[in-house]
Design a binder for this molecule. Structure first.
Ligand SMILES: *Cc1c(COP(=O)(O)O)cnc(C)c1O
Length: 371
């Protein structure tokens, strides 16, 4: 691996001098814990996604767990989600004591398919947890109808979809929206999470839960824990928030350019932005066809040799890992589409640090592939 220098990595945080200045100002203020900058981050994100309340927490995984707990999900309750996700989605559900029911995705957006959700609902079902993968939202209009019809809580795993929309409405406005600010995400504080909701009572209870149920010093109104974010973390993220519309349009420009350039390669299926959706292009994920001159994993190695980083999100479905096979609280159904996609998906770099000339290099290298 030593000689393999990746010149175009799959992700790279964009941290300018504004970030350095704000971080230094926090250090000099001496206010290292949760303070005014966390509040500002919450306000900025609330305006960005047009959702009334935002509560900052330690990370995206704990954002999901908090949203479920505050929503009343616990032992004996079933949560329906997708097996084609990062393991955090499943671990957050299991942490509440609830059961996980996995249903298949579709080829259009790689997200949970509403047509399978209806059949999976049973007496124990209490919550629908769609994951908005790669920066494009699941079909929330249909999922929301199912949730209303079956009286289900909706928690959105929007870890990869800051400010993505469907029908003009952002991720996080449909249910309790959970976002991650991990280092590789579209917006980052290194580690961090944001929970969005239009329900004032849910927001209030999330704030209590985040800080040991404390309304004022040593006055506890609920059982809680410590999920507080620090002002140092908020300072890393706030300047990116202002730049975010530009960050998304650069990702979109790169994605569109790459799709144009790859259009004549018959064995590559490029990703699409579906009608009425706003894709924020967290990942640009292609599918390699069965009859391609090269397999997915060899293609990834080939690109790495040429200095191009790639990612496989995700190489296996959650229930294919030994630890979840036969797990007493993880139930799977037939998920042929998710299985197929996990074997053929490959993400290519399109983040704002990738220049148009580098997109052309990626295209050239792919055009040169021979059996
Ligand atoms: C990143 C991610 C998470 C977890 O967020 P962390 O901040 O890393 O805890 C959850 N779900 C999905 C789909 C993610 O991509």
């Amino acid at each position: 691996m030593g000689s393999m220098t990746i010149r175009i990595p799959i992700s790279k945080p964009l941290l300018g001098p504004e970030v350095e200045d704000l971080v230094v100002s926090v250090l000099r203020s001496g206010n290292l814990a949760q303070g005014p900058l966390v509040e500002r981050l919450e306000d900025d994100f609330s305006k960005l996604i047009q959702v009334e309340h935002v509560v900052a927490v330690t990370n995206g995984t704990l954002a999901l767990e908090a949203a479920l707990r505050v929503g009343g999900i616990g032992p004996g309750d079933e949560v329906i989600t997708t097996p084609f996700t990062f393991v955090a989605t499943i671990n957050a559900i299991l942490a509440t004591g609830a059961l996980v029911r996995l249903v298949d995705i579709n080829y259009q957006d790689f997200n949970i398919d509403p047509t399978h959700v209806g059949a999976a609902v049973n007496r124990k079902t209490r919550c629908l947890l769609p994951v908005h993968l790669y920066g494009q939202m699941a079909d929330m209009a249909s999922l929301n109808d199912l949730a209303v019809k079956n009286d289900l809580l909706v928690v959105e795993d929007a870890a990869q979809s800051h400010a993505a929309q469907i029908n003009g409405i952002s991720a996080g406005a449909w249910g309790t929206g959970c976002f991650s600010l991990y280092a590789t995400k579209n917006l980052t504080s290194g580690e961090g999470g944001l929970i969005a909701t239009n329900d004032a009572d849910t927001a209030h209870r999330l704030r209590l839960y985040r800080n040991h149920g404390m309304v004022e010093r040593y006055n506890y109104q609920a059982v809680g824990t410590n999920l507080r974010m620090t002002d140092l973390q908020a300072a890393v993220c706030i300047p990116q928030m202002l730049a975010y519309p530009r960050i998304v349009s650069t990702r979109q420009r790169n994605a569109h350019l790459l799709s144009q350039l790859l259009a004549d390669i018959p064995w590559i299926q490029t990703p699409v932005e579906l009608p009425k959706r706003k894709h924020v292009w967290h990942q640009y994920t292609i599918l390699i066809s069965q009859d391609a001159p090269i397999g997915r994993d060899d293609l990834a190695k080939h690109l790495a040799r040429r200095g191009i980083g790639t990612g496989v999100y995700y190489p296996r479905l959650v229930h294919e890992y030994r630890i979840f096979q036969g797990h007493p609280r993880v139930f799977k159904s037939e998920t042929p589409i998710a299985s197929d996609v996990s074997r053929r998906c490959l993400s290519l770099p399109i983040h704002p640090g990738v220049a148009p000339q580098e997109i052309e290099v990626i295209s050239q290298v792919l055009h040169e592939v021979r059996p």
